[in-house]
Design a protein around this ligand. Sequence first.
Ligand code: 13P
Length: 261
Amino acid sequence: MRQLIVAANWKMNLTRQEGIALISEVVPMVRDQVHTKVKVVLCVPFPFIGFAKRFFQSQKNIALGAQNCYYKPAGAYTGEISAPMLKSFDVDYVIIGHSERRQYFGETEEVLAEKVRQVIANQMHPIFCCGESLQTRQSGYHINFVRQQLSQSLFHLSAEDFAKVVIAYEPIWAIGTGHNATAQQAQEMHFALRQHIASVYGQEIAQQTTILYGGSCNANNAPEIFACPDVDGGLIGGASLKSSEFTNICKSFPLYKLIAD
Ligand code: 13P
């Protein structure tokens, strides 16, 4: 019913040679071991985008992703990468609003709304990241906080465009810390976000929206997290840099999700 996705976010890791080695391992593992209902998205660093696709040209359930793009389509913006450029390299998914970009590069909800617009205007799918800090969670305001992130950066979209968005809930306190959200915490937030989407776009679109979990997700905890009814896969950082660990995460969906229509 909903597209199941496991997306790798390699972040700013690996040299060209190391990237080629990893992708050469991951692609055949995914082909041989991962259910075809699971879409695997490899969000590689920009310099790898030109060659990465060659490794999985004929494999329908692997897609190419980028980790960011600029919010303008072209022009004198030295060092930036546009959505039309990414599209011209067969990129299908673009991570937008990762907490590291919000934190270290000062990306605001307004800028993210523009980036989302750019990605969709170029026929790609934004993987929109949201999530609260530890302080916000401890204040008990976390659900409202994350709802607001969606309202501010996504709810300007038409229903038709919103249907192209993938959401990734990534609590900041879980990213790279080894402290993943529990399955209950993930389910509670994913359910709340789905209801929030339904309040604006209706239940049908909300039920079709893929919502991923990210934050210290690994092959040990993925089965329990992916078993939650409102979790449709993961956005994987550190564990995506190890081919067999990543493949095992891609294999962590319960059977009932794989055989659903
Ligand atoms: P880790 O899986 O390393 O915690 O990172 C998660 C993440 O930020 C993915 O975008």
